[in-house]
Design a binder for this molecule. Structure first.
Ligand SMILES: [Mn+2]
Length: 442
């Protein structure tokens, strides 16, 4: 559903997206665009369902997350996009009629029961582009997932409308209620499973509502970047806790990470230092700057932080030249965020899809695109003690720059990640996450 107070923003968002899409179709010489919501999938030779995940190219128009079999038709020949809303006769499942007023205003709505009813109502003899899973493409003369069209859509998607920013902001407010409950559960000695359940309850989300699987890691587990085991048994001692968890509003995601330890402990001081570093990085953000430069700036800041806590020795230049910071911070600084947690188009520099890959030294950087007003992205520096990365350096020459005693002491804490969602507004960066935190502090 479109949140009540965002209805007029939503209608404007759809009108603008419609006219931009029609222009793109004309430029690429298509008469129309057909987008499928997707169908329910099943495991091999089984009749249970995988959770339904709607096609994100459909979701960018409609907050209908549970209507498989629906389609969207966009053509310059009609004044509005047409929603073919799937409402089959079904005795097994609950099928709700469309009640969302904002959707009914923004679209011409046609109820269909089958794909054949869709095909009967679509014009023949047109050049149609289809976007979706090939199996969902009805029998029309269509160009399935034309790369030039997908590139253009992905490129423009980085630019968020007011409605989209508002949804991501609400998704932050929702997630932070869970982050607070999770911290309390950690401080009370809860297991990873307990913390996960506390998060779901506080955010009123089912597992399938989450924009991505929660990362809930105690102690050493926080050194696994995408740890998802959620052990039922609490460890004897809970030294540290890393949470990377979001929420969904109107199909838009938040993606937030925090790290905690016993208050005042030495590791807690490092967490504070990473938190301060993260804020400094956010302050640097300016439209027109390169995100890669921001990533490299973060590595320099991290070199200084590692020295401050006596984890390494040598000058900052020496540490960077020897790629010491990459051993502690192997992933990218962040990524575009919105409909997808890792929104596509992060390497794209032009609307025709030409890409700039990150430098070989920083292969996991998901965003190389220049920063521009309207973008929403994450800033998520980390500092980890990962054996697989650090151990080989023990015998290398550059290993002399690392204080292995300190590394071995902090290994039991796993790692740190601090991640906020940033909207680059006309008057500078807005930290949607820290703003949302204040909502619950009041
Ligand atoms: Mn992230």
């Amino acid at each position: 559903m479109v949140p009540q107070h965002l209805q007029s923003q939503y209608i404007r968002h759809i009108a603008e997206q419609f006219s931009q899409t029609v222009d793109t179709l004309q430029a690429l010489e298509f008469d129309a665009l057909l987008i499928s919501a997707g169908e329910i999938l099943h495991p091999f030779r089984d009749d249970v369902d995988y959770p339904f995940k709607v096609n994100p190219y459909f979701r960018s128009w409609l907050p209908l997350l549970d209507r498989p079999g629906s389609y969207l038709w966009i053509s310059a020949k009609s004044a509005k996009p047409i929603l073919f809303y799937s409402q089959p006769q079904d005795i097994w499942h609950q099928i709700n009629p469309l009640t969302d007023e904002a959707v009914q205003q923004a679209f011409d709505v046609v109820v269909i029961r089958t794909q054949r009813e869709l095909v009967r109502q679509l014009p023949r003899d047109q050049d149609v582009a289809f976007v979706g899973v090939t199996d969902d493409c009805p029998d029309l003369s269509t160009d399935i997932n034309p790369p030039a069209l997908l590139s253009a859509i992905d490129f423009y998607r980085a630019q968020k409308s007011d409605y989209e920013v508002a949804c991501i902001q609400l998704a932050n407010v929702k997630a932070i209620k869970g982050h607070k409950a999770a911290e309390t559960c950690f401080r009370n000695g809860g297991s990873e499973y307990d913390i996960h359940m506390a998060y779901l309850l506080a955010t009123s989300q089912l597992e399938d509502d989450l924009p991505y699987g929660n990362i809930i890691a105690l102690n050493e587990h926080s050194a696994v970047l995408h740890y998802t085991q959620k052990l039922r048994q609490a460890p004897g001692q809970s030294r540290s806790f890393l949470i990377d968890a979001g929420a969904t509003v109107g199909g838009y995601a938040s993606d937030i990470s925090r790290t905690y330890a016993a208050r005042g402990s030495e590791f807690d001081q490092i967490i504070d230092a990473v938190d301060n570093m993260q804020r400094r990085v956010v302050e640097q953000i300016q439209a027109g700057d390169s995100y890669l430069d921001l990533h490299l700036y973060t590595h320099r800041q991290l070199a200084s932080l590692l020295k401050q806590f006596d984890l390494v020795t040598g000058s900052e230049d020496q540490l960077l030249e020897n790629k010491i910071t990459q051993l502690f911070f192997p992933h990218g600084l962040g990524h575009l965020l919105g409909l997808q947690v890792h929104e596509r188009g992060g390497w794209m520099h032009t609307v025709d899809g030409s890409e700039v890959a990150p430098p070989a030294d920083h292969p996991y950087l998901r965003l190389t695109r220049p920063l521009a007003t309207g973008q929403v992205f994450t800033i998520e520096p980390g500092l980890y003690f990962i054996d697989a990365l650090l151990n080989p350096a023990r015998d290398q020459d550059r290993g002399k720059l690392i204080h292995w005693g300190a590394v071995d002491k902090f290994k039991a804490y796993g790692g740190i990640r601090i991640e906020d969602n940033i909207h680059l507004a006309a008057d500078g960066p807005k930290n949607l996450t820290r703003q949302a935190w204040l909502v619950w502090d009041e």
